[in-house]
Ligand binder design. Structure first.
Ligand SMILES: Cc1cc2nc3c(=O)[nH]c(=O)nc-3n(C[C@H](O)[C@H](O)[C@H](O)COP(=O)(O)OP(=O)(O)OC[C@H]3O[C@@H](n4cnc5c(N)ncnc54)[C@H](O)[C@@H]3O)c2cc1C
Length: 297
């Protein structure tokens, strides 16, 4: 369909409990759409890709915008918390700078006052900028459905472009991120067609930390955006970085493994071949920078 001005008409519903949301979703049989910031939903409605009969606003449910941190449990982010509130939260700035960096790469400040991390993950775009950070930080997603709450590790959440494991009647309540490993440092490097405000051609998150169990003395977690049908972790590259003392050659080998794992496509933003080359270059850069912080003692 061609883009057209304005929005199709819809009924706005503001439920007051998670149980009510699940009931509404089940009753509407696909005619309802959830929204929080609406920065994906309204654009898709305006462009004629979706025309939901009901829009269910879930961001004002109890606890939905809360951001909490404890040293023992880590960080809990209500699904409806806007990105700016997350990125400037003192606990995020201090303990999860990788997440703050990823959020700062999304669009512009104005969009981030509405856009939520929950919506970014549930939209399930392969290019979602908060997804690699969530993967590297091993987030757990708490969903509400017919049978109450269940947790899903982020590694199991995405099924394909726009597809998640959410069942009928289910929706995201909050994101739980465990305490970061001791001494961890992270980087998110995003390449877009311009410096700010574009979707990623490639996004690379790297998190590294001292680890006595590992032969190199360090463990790394590496995650990529925009180079596969879903955001992905790269276990092959992570294994290389654990297997022997870190040197520039070992980091190069890990970057090549990341490139080989990536299965990108050609699209309006880039060719697949360029994406592959950039996965290698940016993984090398991200890991080297993290290594400079955690290993330079
Ligand atoms: C100008 C512009 C620039 C952008 N740039 C970027 C960028 O650089 N990087 C990037 O990653 N994204 C970008 N985006 C996309 C968008 O801003 C993000 O994906 C945003 O985080 C979505 O959050 P939201 O709260 O607005 O989601 P919504 O639009 O409210 O919802 C997104 C999706 O999640 C579903 N949903 C909403 N709430 C829930 C819930 N609680 N449980 C389950 N499903 C739910 C909706 O039905 C919809 O499918 C951009 C968007 C715009 C308009």
């Amino acid at each position: 369909m061609l883009p057209s001005p304005g929005l199709p008409s819809f009924d706005y519903i503001k439920p007051t409990s998670p149980q009510e949301v699940t009931k509404l979703l089940l009753k509407s049989d696909g005619a309802a759409r959830l929204f929080m910031g609406g920065t994906d939903v309204f654009v898709r409605m305006r462009d004629g890709f979706i025309a939901p009969r009901f829009l269910i606003d879930v961001k004002r449910l109890p606890g939905m915008t809360a951001i909490k941190f404890s040293q023992r449990k880590g960080l809990t982010i209500g699904a409806g918390a806007d990105m700016n509130s997350i990125a400037r939260h003192p606990a995020v700035v201090e303990n999860y700078p990788l997440l703050a960096e990823a959020i700062h790469s999304v669009a512009a400040y104005q969009v981030r006052t509405r856009a939520t991390m929950g919506g970014n993950l549930c939209n399930a775009s392969p290019a979602a900028d908060t997804a690699p950070a969530a993967l590297a930080l091993e987030a757990n997603l708490i969903l509400h459905g017919r049978r109450g709450e269940r947790g899903v590790p982020i590694t199991k959440f995405f099924l394909g472009p726009g597809k998640t494991v959410l069942k009928p009647g289910e929706f995201l309540l909050r994101i739980e991120i465990p305490p970061p490993p001791k001494g961890a440092a992270g980087r998110y490097i995003k390449l877009g067609r311009n410096a700010h405000g574009d979707l990623a051609i490639v996004g690379v998150a790297a998190l590294g930390y001292p680890d006595k169990q590992s032969k190199s003395g360090f463990s790394f977690r590496i995650a990529l955006a925009s180079v596969a049908p879903t955001p992905i972790r790269v276990p092959k590259a992570e294994a290389i970085l654990s297997a022997s003392p870190l040197t520039p050659d070992v980091i190069e080998a890990a970057a090549i493994a990341a490139m080989e794992t990536a299965k990108p496509i050609d699209d309006v933003r880039s060719t697949a071949a360029y994406r592959k080359a950039m996965v290698k270059a940016l993984t090398k850069r991200a890991v080297s920078e993290v290594w400079g912080e955690v290993g330079a003692t």
